[in-house]
Write a protein that binds this ligand. Structure first.
Ligand code: AMP
Ligand code: MG
Length: 396
């Protein structure tokens, strides 16, 4: 079966999982819209701004008059309609956000004028349009200001509120079923004996599914038994997306791929040149996409972020899911054997300018992950980095 590089594997996910042609939709209140995917083009209901507005506290003037000493004729406050036009050789005191009076084509910032009694004096040259936001200059009535398919963030909420939308149409959140596997994995309500581990993956995945806009459903833990694994996977395939953790390595008791094959699965890759997460599996069975994520907690979380999240985004109606990397200078030299893209727990410092690769015990080291505030992405085609070299960083 297919072994792919990180970039190729991500491309395969995005080639396979497309935005559903007729996604289920629902209407939500603006307060509940955060993180959801808009299912309608939201348009401006009037020009923005509707009338020319001042961008500064200062004086409405005619640019042709400047520089000059001008008498002040009244004031315009935010929310007021100007009562008189500005005549040549005059200034009107104006506040930020207030409507520009007819006849004015420049706002003189307060800081650029010296006020003496009822006059202002300025050396500022005439600059037509300065500090004026022209009517319709941000958006015109009828313009699409938040497009369908856009995930709603605080900026989109501000725009939706600006156009008076208290309810918006969004896509239904995909239901993502989560199946942990492993004889040694026990429910968190149980006290594990020393050979067992508590099931952290289902909870971590559920948290990330929720955070990235899906509805998680945690299934009972599957022991390393082919029949039970198959039955639970079959149930899991009734969701919009199935995430399985563990059981995808080459061990004698790794039954996930066998169980999937028995259910008629089509596999698109089952090995990726990444670390952690090398045995990641992606495919489709009974019309539902699934990921088999390696069971080590860091592997599970990293592979969710770099692959499964994109699939979930597509199923939610996002046309162009993106992974947002930033760059930071590594604080100490680093070397690795090229070939694998590595994802390492990192600590960003200095306002994100520098990053330290944290010591860790491998992909089961949850305490190291908790100490980290980012994942450092080490390129597969390079061997050494010296302190100060830029590396890619994936933040929470
Ligand atoms: P596997 O991918 O099944 O070989 O699992 C690799 C290792 O990950 C196991 O030895 C466990 O220690 C750990 N592991 C697997 N599943 C979970 C889980 N649900 N929660 C926490 N750790 C897990
Ligand atoms: Mg296992």
């Amino acid at each position: 079966m297919a072994t792919l590089s990180f970039t190729e594997a991500r491309r395969v996910v995005l080639e396979r999982v497309l935005v559903p042609p007729t996604p289920a939709l629902e209407s939500v209140w603006l307060t509940d819209a955060i993180g959801r995917v808009l299912a309608e083009d939201v348009r401006c209901d009037r020009d923005m701004p509707p009338l020319p507005r001042s961008l500064r506290d200062g004086f409405a003037v005619r640019s042709a008059d400047l520089p000059a000493t001008l008498p002040i004729h009244g004031e315009i406050r935010a929310g007021q309609m100007p009562q008189t036009p500005l005549l040549a050789g005059q200034a009107i005191s104006i506040m930020t956000g207030a409507v520009i009076p007819a006849g004015a084509d420049q706002v003189l910032m307060k800081e650029h004028a010296t006020r003496t009694d009822d006059n202002i004096e300025t050396a500022r040259p005439g600059l037509a349009g300065e500090w004026i936001s022209a009517a319709g200059s941000m958006a015109k009535s009828g313009d699409v200001v938040v497009p369908s398919g856009r995930r709603v963030d605080a900026a989109a909420i501000a725009m939706l509120a600006t156009v008076g939308r208290s309810q918006v149409l969004v896509t239904r959140q995909p239901v993502v079923r989560i199946l942990a596997t492993g004889d040694e994995v026990v429910d968190i309500a149980r006290r594990p004996n020393p050979t067992e581990v508590r099931n952290s993956n289902s909870w971590a995945l559920a948290a990330d599914v929720k955070r990235f806009g899906g509805r998680p459903e945690i299934l009972p833990i599957a022991p390393d038994d082919e029949k039970i694994t198959r039955d639970l996977i079959e149930y899991g395939l009734g969701a919009d997306l199935l995430l399985i953790s563990g059981g995808v390595s080459a061990g004698d008791y790794d039954f996930v791929e066998v169980a999937l094959a028995n259910l008629g699965a089509e596999f698109y890759f089952d090995r990726v040149l990444i670390q952690p997460g090398q045995p990641t599996v992606f495919g489709q069975a009974r019309g539902t996409f699934f990921f088999g994520l390696p069971g080590n907690p860091l592997s599970t979380m990293v592979t969710f972020r770099i692959f499964a999240e994109a699939a979930m985004a597509r199923l939610s109606g996002v046309a162009h899911p993106e992974l947002h990397f930033s760059r930071a200078a590594i604080e100490s030299p680093y070397a690795h054997r090229p070939g694998l893209t590595r994802f390492l727990p990192g600590l960003l410092g200095d306002n994100g300018a520098t990053v330290q690769i944290l010591p860790w015990q491998g992909s089961g080291d949850i305490p190291a992950l908790v100490r980290a505030n980012c994942i450092v992405v080490v390129a597969p085609d390079r061997e050494t980095w010296t302190a100060g070299d830029l590396v890619q960083v994936l933040t929470a």
